[in-house]
Design a protein. Sequence first.
Length: 137
Amino acid sequence: MRRQGTKLVHLGHGVIRLGDGEALERRLASLRAQLSDVLAAHPVAAAAVEDVFHHRNARSALILGHARGVVLEVCASKGLAVAAYPPAVVKRSVTGSGKAEKPQVARMVQILLGLAEPPPPDAADALAIAICHANRS
């Protein structure tokens, strides 16, 4: 997305898919390769991620932390500074409420970016983080 005056312009979105049955190290390598390809094809000026949050399942939180580390490393290797925002800040930035549910976030992303339909959940989360970052920078 880019800012055009006071308006945010949607340039595109997608979701990186990793093999569910693959070993963690293979999935992390795939994440690194795919994200590197995306950044090579679509040069960006800034990066933003969701901040670390507490998770009920320690194993899931650890795996998410590994993936987040790969994302931070890829961004750093491309010379990008990375901003991090807590989930409640992202939700509040997009919907006005830090306790908004995922469907409400997706619908507001659709409205704010003028999309024909709400984006898939993972893409909606990423676009919400981008909107939050654009509004704060």
